[in-house]
Design a protein around this ligand. Structure first.
Ligand SMILES: C[S@@+](CC[C@H](N)C(=O)[O-])C[C@H]1O[C@@H](n2cnc3c(N)ncnc32)[C@H](O)[C@@H]1O
Ligand code: SF4
Length: 301
């Protein structure tokens, strides 16, 4: 039994307070996995031949033990990627980041200072662009992670241009899922059918010929989601489902192998049409538009 990838929300702690934040990040949870517990998870993933861990959060770089755990993945020969708001990256840590991660996925919520900073806080757009330059100069592949809603969907053409100017190794565009903090800002994030269609059209026009369609969900593709406190679900969206229908277990109580077996036994049979649960859960609000990956970064998912 194997696992291909895992998306690991390493902490709920975050230095920003973005309006759309799906996990309502801010304060660290009291029961987040310790360094020893985290390394035990890495050991298990290594034994399961995990190809890649996608680290996300919260903001991983707020946790003092994060780079130690990420470096341990390197020792165990597991590829890693980092999704980050980029604001805690600088000259002092860029080299270690370069050594550890296959690529860095930098979040953008607009092609303009006005929009990005409205959602992510003042000063963060320019800070993010500076860090992208820093990563580029250090030779770290940067993937743009863009999340759009009604407030910023019209900036897609400029975002595609920006990704070219900054020589992004990839561009992933999602619409805002109306969950977490976004629930309080539906009027600026919900996309109607017409806006969604215009977004899709712009994306296809702007990237014609290099568009690589992304799957709508991870389910059944040997991928899991691990929360800061060790809860495992098929994906982040299902972790937000209060019914616990898709809860696979906690790493403090079960092995990841047992959870994969549980998933295959209890959930996979429901997922013959693997798009349906994702669609059901996100109530149609999430639409992964696609991924451009011209440099074929080793583990873009
Ligand atoms: C939760 S953040 C954690 C990593 C890091 N703090 C960051 O912002 O990049 C991971 C990605 O999810 C995106 N995201 C946050 N809230 C979302 C939502 N409601 N719907 C879709 N994507 C969302 C962020 O923009 C970011 O690209
Ligand atoms: S989207 Fe990322 S940076 Fe923004 S609050 Fe959530 S975890 Fe923090």
């Amino acid at each position: 039994m194997e696992i291909k990838t895992i998306s690991w929300s390493f902490t709920n702690k975050c230095n920003l307070n973005c309006l759309h934040c799906i996990v309502d990040a801010g304060k660290e949870y009291h029961d987040e996995l310790s360094t020893i517990e985290s390394k035990n998870v890495v050991d298990q993933l290594s034994q399961l031949n995990c190809n890649c861990i996608h680290f996300t959060g919260g903001e991983c770089l707020t946790k003092p033990n994060f780079l130690d755990v990420a470096e341990y993945c390197l020792k165990k020969d597991i590829n890693t990627t980092l999704v980050t708001n980029a604001t805690l990256l600088d000259d002092t840590n860029v080299d270690i980041i370069k050594n550890i991660f296959n690529d860095v996925r930098v979040s953008l919520n607009g092609a303009s200072e006005k929009t990005h900073d409205f959602i992510r806080g003042k000063g963060n757009f320019n800070k993010t662009l500076k860090v992208i330059d820093l990563l580029n100069n250090a030779g770290v592949p940067v993937i743009f992670f863009v999340t759009l809603g009604s407030i910023n969907y019209s900036e897609i053409t400029d975002i595609i241009k920006l990704s070219r100017v900054y020589k992004a190794a990839g561009l992933k565009i999602d619409s805002v899922v109306i969950e977490g903090r976004a629930l309080g800002y539906q009027e600026i994030f919900s996309l109607d059918a017409q806006q969604t269609q215009s977004l899709v059209d712009e994306f296809n026009n702007g990237l014609s010929g290099i568009l690589e369609e992304d799957d709508l969900c991870n389910i059944s593709s040997q991928s899991l989601y691990l929360s800061p406190a060790g809860d495992v679900y098929p994906c982040v969206h299902l972790s937000l489902n209060k019914s616990k229908r898709y809860f696979l277990g906690n790493v403090r109580e079960m092995t990841i192998l047992q959870m994969i077996q549980k998933f295959n036994r209890e959930i996979l049979p429901d997922c013959k049409n693997k798009k349906c649960i994702y669609k059901f859960y996100s109530k149609g609000s999430n639409y992964i538009l696609g991924t451009k990956n011209p440099n074929n970064s080793r583990c873009l998912s």
